[in-house]
Design a protein around this ligand. Structure first.
Ligand code: FE2
Length: 157
């Protein structure tokens, strides 16, 4: 049964934004898992620093994942939550395994950059369609992930 939602946004706008949020959510999940994988598997002279940095970053991504999923629910749609569906929706690539610490930092910096751009696109579309709440959510995501990319790049020098 369709959920009754009356937020001053057309059903088509809510659907378009919710679909965009589902893609961004899937990429957040993939990046959180990859970041946690690197938290576990990093080795080398920067072990402690990178183990801690990756730990902080995956924890932040998990908080964001909840916000993204709950925005989809607020807009009146089911939030996707499974590996198979995330695999279909995500654009980022999973870790292959065996990465050096430099490759881990470079890959995550590039993933964060890519997701900043995806959030910028979705936020601009939502703002133009009148869904400034999703636009605000995207602003927060862009700011946090741009900062994460800077920290990752700074470890490599
Ligand atoms: Fe841990």
């Amino acid at each position: 049964m369709a959920e009754k939602v009356d937020l001053g946004l057309g059903a088509n706008v809510r659907k378009k934004v919710a679909d965009g949020l589902a893609e961004v959510l899937a990429d957040h999940y993939l990046m959180a898992l990859k970041t946690q994988n690197f938290h576990w598997n990093v080795t080398g002279p920067n072990f402690q620093g990178l183990h801690t940095l990756f730990g902080t970053q995956y924890a932040a991504l998990h908080l964001a994942i909840d916000e993204l999923a709950e925005r989809i629910r607020t807009l009146g749609f089911p939030a996707p939550g499974g590996f198979a569906v995330y695999g279909k929706l995500a654009s980022l690539k999973e870790a292959k395994g065996g990465e050096s610490w430099q490759e881990m930092c470079a890959q995550l910096a590039s993933d964060n950059d890519a997701l900043v751009k995806a959030c910028r696109k979705l936020g601009d579309m939502a703002d133009e369609a009148g869904d400034t709440e999703t636009g605000d959510l995207m602003n927060g995501r862009k700011e946090e992930m741009a900062k994460a990319a800077w920290m990752l790049r700074s470890h490599v020098g």
